[in-house]
Design a binder for this molecule. Structure first.
Ligand code: ATP
Length: 274
């Protein structure tokens, strides 16, 4: 999606303060992670393990970042996959990939001597879409395998596995996925408000020489509706303009031009897919 460029530069472990805005989502996620952080207490109180957290919201808002930060926060190994990787022509291949994914998480945790593992599945709707009546869909088996793996997670199994899934089409999901003991914790990751946009801009401006007169607050004001991924692009494009202009710093005019560029880019993307 829009965030591909930014994604490749991220380290695989990052902390919550590298995520701008999203204060409510971050708080809800940290609270949900308590069961991993406070394992003793959780056990004593007889709380059943939380197995699945569903992150919902538009593309490029930081869902992947949240999953990585969750892994870091809970001292877990992190493994990621995307729903589309499980779609295969041959029946059973998707299911066997799910098995492999969980196996990988266990092996990695053992190797790194960690008690917890976070498995992140982006685009969960691709495998977890509503099953329409009796119609057999080729990836029913994949979804069933995921449910089986989740049902197999118990308080005493090591590593403790937490699955974080993301979708921007929550209403498409099969209710079986949302039942208690599965993805029963939902966190909305929304487009950032002005304050959120400013904090995202500040994070991505850290490694860029901004002109003294550059005003990120104004940029935050003028980027209503932009996702975090788009804001990252604005700074990157602005830096490219600065390079072309043989400037040593990124100036306000570069940032303003970059806003237009990113907005136009979105438009041509959309036209291309129509
Ligand atoms: P998708 O649904 O397209 O996979 P996503 O919600 O998982 O999107 P991320 O992959 O987490 O989005 O974000 C893409 C990139 O956008 C990040 O690598 C980062 O550079 C930037 N970004 C997005 N949201 C934020 C944020 N809240 N704070 C800082 N950077 C962000």
């Amino acid at each position: 999606g829009a965030g591909t460029r930014g994604k490749s530069r991220q380290p695989s472990y990052l902390s919550f303060d590298q995520i701008g805005g999203q204060e409510r989502a971050k708080k809800e996620l940290v609270e949900a992670l308590d069961f991993l952080v406070k394992q003793e207490e959780t056990k004593k109180l007889g709380i059943r393990p939380l197995k699945g957290i569903l992150l919902t919201g538009p593309p490029g808002t930081g869902k992947t970042l949240m999953a990585k930060a969750a892994a870091h926060h809970t001292n877990s190994v992190y493994i990621a996959a995307s729903g589309s990787e499980f779609v295969e022509m041959y029946v059973g291949v998707g299911a066997s990939r799910i098995r492999t994914l969980f196996q990988e998480a266990r092996t990695k945790a053992q190797k790194e001597n960690k008690e917890n593992a976070v498995i992140f599945i982006d685009e969960i709707d691709v495998i977890g879409g509503k099953r329409d009546g009796g119609q057999q869909r080729e990836y029913d088996q994949t979804l069933n395998q995921l449910l089986t793996e989740m049902d197999g997670i118990h308080t005493n199994t090591t590593p403790r596995i937490l699955i974080i899934a993301a979708t921007n089409r929550k209403e498409m999901l099969d209710p079986a996925l949302l039942r208690p003991g599965r993805f029963d914790r939902h966190i909305d990751v929304e487009l950032p408000d002005k304050k959120g946009r400013l904090s995202i801009l500040n994070i991505h401006a850290q490694n860029k020489p901004l002109d003294e007169a550059a005003d990120l607050e104004k940029i935050a004001e003028q980027t209503f509706g932009f996702s975090g991924a788009q804001l990252e692009s604005v700074l990157n494009e602005a830096a490219i303009y600065a390079l072309r202009g043989q400037q040593e710093t990124v100036m306000q005019k570069d940032l303003l031009a970059a806003i237009d560029k990113v907005m136009m880019g979105e438009q041509t993307d959309r036209e291309a897919t129509q």
